[in-house]
Design a protein around this ligand. Sequence first.
Ligand code: 5AD
Ligand code: SF4
Length: 472
Amino acid sequence: MTGSGTNFGASEVESRPRNKCGGKLYIKTYGCQMNVYDSLRMGDVMKPLGYAPHDSFEDADLVILNTCHIREKAEEKVYSELGRIREEKQKKSARGEKMLIAVGGCVGQAEGEEIIRRAPYVDIVLGPQSYHQLPEMVTRAIRDGGGVVELDFPAVQKFDLLPESTSPQGVSAFLSVQEGCDKFCSFCVVPYTRGAEYSRPVNAIEKEAKNLVDQGAMEITLLGQNVNAYHGEGADGKIWSLADLITRLANIGGLRRIRYTTSHPRDMSDDLIAIHGSEPKLMPFLHLPVQSGSDAVLKKMNRKHDAAFYLDIIAKLRKACPDMAFSSDFIVGFPGESERDFEATMQLVKQMNYAQAYSFKYSPRPGTPAAVEEQIAEEIKDERLQRLQALLRDQQTAFNESCVGETMPVLLMRDGKHEGQLLGKSPYMQSVHVRNAESLRGQLVDVRITGAYLNSLAGEIAYTEHKIRKAV
Ligand code: 5AD
Ligand code: SF4
């Protein structure tokens, strides 16, 4: 879980006089891709008020921390970052300048007023459903000297009220199609912080997708906390599934790749499984969290599926699309997890052979049912996490190594670490480093994989080779 400054296009503007809207806007994003998307949209919302992106909180006029509440550490990181920002605010204040600080996202939603009590220099607290009201909140905070808290849940309104135009996101873009979750896994804060499931209408999504493609996107990742539960109003007024939506978006000419994340096994419907076999633009990689391999733990987690159900879905997906690769999330040390339960997780991982996966120690979240259960000792959690991560690392390395010698389409996205190197993305979400490819930046090209590491692949352009072969 990393934080990153968000740059959302446009150029810098001069600092404005005190008590006026506009100026330099710094947004720091924590957590999931939905937050990355929300940060971009916050930038879009603030643009008309004269706020332009700035890449650090130093000298910023408005700082927004777009936070994540899913695990404990992320929340503590927010408070320590606020401490650093406070010093900058004080420095600015000594110069007679103003800095507004806003805390948005899921920590904002969950903690509310508590944030202002703990960090009284914070001016605005808002939840993920209220950021369309940011301009009004900022104006109020400037007028009243802070203390603005907005935690309403008008999800429908939010998407309707956001500006239609979106900032360019480059060749690979995110698009939120669904929000919230009705699953209530017993460890998870999402149903409380993001609220009930809501699906955007197909027309609005299609418009946004076309806009992104016009601005250069070749790959779009459809986002939702429970994205495969998507059931939005279709172009014909009927309810459409995620499969219907993907089929529609696949008609957009310049769009070359479609992905979706994050999904729940229960919502992996037959039509969605089927289009993995029939829609070439849909990438053969799926993040489908299972959380645990033990049926007893899955029951306590209120996951509404057992291990066999999950494996059956995977088998159907592999049948529909034989070169499909998988990723998952795991929680170890969930209350009541015995050594045998943990072994069942290890067994499931061995059976699955993941291309990649995330694993976490259970972190009790206030207000969720599992938080009040008897907890597993920290050392046991640590030890299990290490064992699981060692296995997952081996699988990831083996998967990467299995790609060596293959030629695969890679979307060349940006500069690599070394000079003359570009970084691209394989169909399976692997980072691919390619040398001497500057002229192909932003393109989807065939790359022959020449080397494999834990977290990346090395490759060379296979494009010329094809051309020569065709010419011969
Ligand atoms: N403790 C640890 N991990 C959690 N996740 C969600 N809630 C918790 C928690 N309380 C993990 C799950 C989820 C991912 C986004 O974060 O694995 O799929
Ligand atoms: Fe949280 Fe995902 Fe479970 Fe919903 S399905 S409660 S978002 S873990």
